[in-house]
Ligand binder design. Sequence first.
Ligand code: UFG
Length: 331
Amino acid sequence: MSSSDNKLSLLVCGGAGYIGSHMSRMLSDYGHEVTVFDNLSTGYADALKWGEFIKGDLRNPDDLDKALSSKKFDAVFHFSGLIVVSDSVQQPYQYYDNNVTGTLNLLRAMRNHDVKNFVFSSTAAVYGDPVMDIITEDHPLSPLNPYGRSKLYVEEILEDYAKAYNFNSVCFRYFNAAGAHPDALIGEAHKPETHLIPNILLSSIEKGRKLKIFGNDYPTPDGTCVRDYIHIQDICDAHLAAVDYLAKEQGAHIFNLGNGNGFSVLDVINAASEVTGRKIPYDFEPKRDGDSPRLVADSTKAHNLLGWTPKYDDLREIIETAYRWHKNPAY
Ligand code: UFG
């Protein structure tokens, strides 16, 4: 199973969403056979331009059996997560039901259909409030919110699966996914929008819209939260490398995906002003529930073992691709 020599058949759960649609497109661009499974609750039908689409819900085992029976898949990518930290604090049941029970349903269906390779979207939120400036994968795990805990539980389940069932997996702990495909046919769109870069760009584009900055007394140089922004195409590159890695290395593997550079909310606003040529209006607001002051990755492990190096290492370039999309979004 090598992604460069063979045409692979891949199931992309959550392929109508932000990361899943970029992944489906990249796989299809490389000549692989893509099947998307999505319930369209937060994804977009207009993002389904690559591969066959099966509408279904992770919480419905019959939907999953139908999808897994449709072909013999070489691997499954799982992007179908609920991802809003503050919502997870308000609605833990929904987060555990979708992110943990839904994933267990998917794993059960994969075993029933003898599919043993799995690439899972985890998160930097598993680290909680970091005790190191730059976070390696062996940093203590102490998520601050149900979202982060839901992802950590799945990571632990995957370790148990590797030992008991010879089930192979890669978990990627994404730092802050950002940007859009450079041709801007697909991009980042959440309703309501909660993510920083889209909100900054919308405040720059929409007249009268003002950005809310959540918290200005964090223990960071300018008091706003620091994050590590990693381009969506770089994230997808890592997933492709993961499929090749799983062909050689059995077991459950975990990798950080980030650029290793920390930017505060105010840094991102300044970079976006340079890109758009406009001032971004903002107000300071109280802190959001469950936000960590600083999350910056050490991705040396992905570099060494997957041969992965992010191509977008300049924040302005990342924002530029997002801006191209936000100026004229297709959905
Ligand atoms: N922020 C604002 N105003 C906004 C939106 C965000 O000030 O309108 C701030 C947040 O408080 C935070 C930073 O900008 O400090 C980044 O916020 P995002 O919502 O863009 O991203 P998060 O860091 O909260 O969450 C993202 C993913 C999660 C993942 C996490 C790990 O959405 O899935 O990164 O770092 F877990």
